[in-house]
Design a protein. Structure first.
Length: 173
């Protein structure tokens, strides 16, 4: 899994664009058009720069997508307190990830399309697996249980987003 790099410092003329502008433009493109439509050329055009200039701010598209996922998780995912029964703990974590992804289908798309995972969001995997183990499942069964929850959540988010896209494109009642 790639880790975000720190921006390179180089002597000379100050940059005309900032890392924050690059990330914000990337977020807009992904939210409006999807992650598969994000290219360094499109991003450069959006910020009024050259594709090569972007590499002073992010290592590559994969790092930018990881930054977007991490920033989204940091901003929106509220970690429920691991209290109550193991079943309640598992349900609370599953509901938290569902609620976060419901409002941001591109994040669900990224989490399954690429080998990307936001370090900020790993807690929900741990909390679900822990709750399932404390409910009496073996670690292998708990991982399968987590996967079932994830596949169900991802499928529901994807289907709902696709239906919403069809409704907005089709003017018929």
């Amino acid at each position: 899994m790639p880790t975000p790099s720190t921006p390179r410092k180089s002597p000379g003329r100050p940059p005309r664009i900032s890392r924050e502008e690059v990330i914000e433009a990337g977020r807009r493109i992904v939210a409006e058009q999807g992650a598969d439509r994000l290219t360094m050329r499109r991003l450069a055009a959006e910020v009024g720069s050259t594709p090569m200039a972007l590499y002073h701010h992010v290592r590559d598209k994969e790092e930018l997508l990881l930054l977007l996922l991490d920033e989204y998780a940091e901003r929106t995912m509220r970690r429920p307190e691991p209290s109550g029964t193991p079943r309640e703990q598992t349900i609370a974590a599953a509901a938290a990830i569902h609620d976060a992804l419901r409002d941001c289908p591109w994040a669900a798309e990224l989490l399954t399309a690429d080998d990307l995972m936001s370090p900020t969001a790993l807690w929900f995997v741990e909390q679900i697996v822990d709750g399932l183990i404390r409910s009496g499942l073996t670690p292998e069964q708990a991982v399968r249980g987590y996967r079932a929850i994830w596949y169900y959540t991802h499928g529901q988010i994807t289907i709902t987003a696709a239906a919403a896209n069809r409704r907005t494109r089709d003017p018929r009642p």
